[in-house]
Unconditional design. Sequence first.
Length: 560
Amino acid sequence: MAEQEERVSHFIADMLAQDLSDGRHAHIMTRFPPEPNGYLHIGHAKSICLNFGLAEQFGGVCNLRFDDTNPTAEEVEYVESIMADVRWLGFDWGERLYYASDYFGQMYEYAEALIQAGKAYVCTLSPEAFKAYRGVPTRPGQPSPSRDRPVAENLDLFRRMRAGEFPDGAYVLRAKIDMSSPNLHLRDPAIYRIKHAHHHRSGDTWCIYPMYDFAHGLEDAIEGVTHSICTLEFEVHRPLYDWLLDQLPVPCHPQQIEFARLNLTYTVMSKRKLLELVRDKVVWGWDDPRMPTVSGLRRRGFTASSIRTFCRKIGVTKTESVTDIALLEHCIREELNVSAPRVMVVLDPIKLVIENYPAGQVESLEGVNNPSDPAAGTRPVAFSRELYIERDDFMEDAPKKFFRLKPGQEVRLRYGYLVTCTGCEKDPETGEVVAVTCTYDPETRGGNAPDGRRVKGTIHWVSAQEGMDLRVRLFDRLFQVESPDDTPEGGHFRDNLNPNSCREVVAKGESVLASAVPGTRYQFERNGYFIVDEKETLPGKPVFNRIVPLRDSWAKKHQG
């Protein structure tokens, strides 16, 4: 990683430290094992930071391994995107890139070994029929009619499955465990199925593929993984993980450890649901800035370091909980507050005319690039008789505590002068305000009055003569409720989509932004943090995505 992260302490780190101290392991090997059936999301980022972070913390290694056991759902695009996301987050697997498909031959031999030991059989029941035989946890299941098939017959059928003699669904290979176990995952689970499908790596070599639960533990063991860290929903799968490794001559027996997955407010974390949004064009794609995917967050403007910081802050526990998305937003604000250069951009422009300023004159003022970083220096800011200000910075009939522009009130123009509002111009047909008028005090250059008078309001602005039009996209949360998955009976998670999750405006900005480089982040003063979009920006025509507004609800709640 680019920088050394602080050491973390949680129950998994404590277990690894104890295993090293006790001599149970001489080194640590973890793995990040994504299925290449979609793009990674923020929940995967937590797992990436955990697995690679623990390996780094204890001087071990972490493998990147693709669990590519379902060829009908996998694509090379997903493989490439996953590798790009892991690298972008700051982690490197070195030479330790693996695929489940690397082990298809070895896993097939393990399956035959189970059959020969009388611990697996070929079953003719469909998944639906076997579900009825399997029963419920409180009552023993019924054995499949195929359960006592002779070993020789099972071997023959399995080899014919491998040879492609049967259609999809005709047979499955099941582990022969315990049909009375209260854990349904031990009631003769399927470990191989027929799929006549082209695989993105092995091509048409195979027409049978191992089930995830069968393959996963074997992959860990073959690679020499010491600790197989996964999310809490796999806790009930652990007895099967251990049973399979205990039955087979594997090189080692990794320890499976579960932790609580990340749940985030205003967000769906199901890859299936995210895929639905992409396929139905509800969003622009996997990298839509409203998506919780790593690529979406990257395009939105989140940095890798802010995501790693977020993952450290939420911690690692065995207790399911929901994290406020405001914490993720807080992490990027904290970083950009000290690193992002400031510029002035007016999102909803209305003209401000300074009646006593010389017509045609353009003055160069000095703007501070970042008050938190003196080394960032200053920039020239053009000032003229006609400016643009935010429409809501003027109110004709304003309440007493409105400290921006209203008739007779004086405000400070950022980096500029003190101005006093004299009135406004309206469209004679609609009555809409089309321009605000004011006078300026020439003795207040820089925004300070020589006589020491105090002005409460400060607003930003852009020169109408020197400023430029900007395409700016204002993103809000994709869902309008905290728990998008919670819907009434008959409802759908898409019922909770936010119809105003993206709004594009033509803003007015400082001319310096004409040369803005894609990927550069800015603070638009008073309006939030923005990034130059890398996909749609053209030379001299930047497109900006709002990362987050300035308001930090998490900090206000947790830091007073």
